[in-house]
Design a protein. Sequence first.
Length: 166
Amino acid sequence: MNITIERIETATPELTAFLRAHHQDMQGTAPPESQHALPLAGLLVPGVRLFAAIDDGRLLATGALATIDEEHEELKSMRTDPAQRGRGLATAMLSFLQADAVSRGIRRISLETGSQDFFLPARALYARAGFVECAPFSSYLPDPHSTFMTLSLVAGGGEPQGERTR
């Protein structure tokens, strides 16, 4: 495999289908008012940086960073093709997004994910990367269907604070 991670700035049929499947995967995990995944149009706006892991032209994973303020961004739309899970793509994407944020002077990345068992692998991934649970941030409100997590980044160092385990 020769995987590259590329910034995506325009919609394609493959990206549309990939993100539609992302939303379908999460249907029924929480009431609609507790589902915070951005639609594709919301990922292709100023202030959001969408990336895709691609191998030989095939979309394998996505991840995005959305601006909260000049030093704080939100992790959005992390998804790995179900047939490709367990191969380290999510870890690679998360590391790439952290490095991208650090290179631009971002000091904190936060995220919202589900509190249901369906999201346990995602929460474990984020915890391994050093994210810790936190209070709701930005415009989020407390919600029993949500888990909020955050990670402080070392300014200019390229590595997040705290220990990382693999």
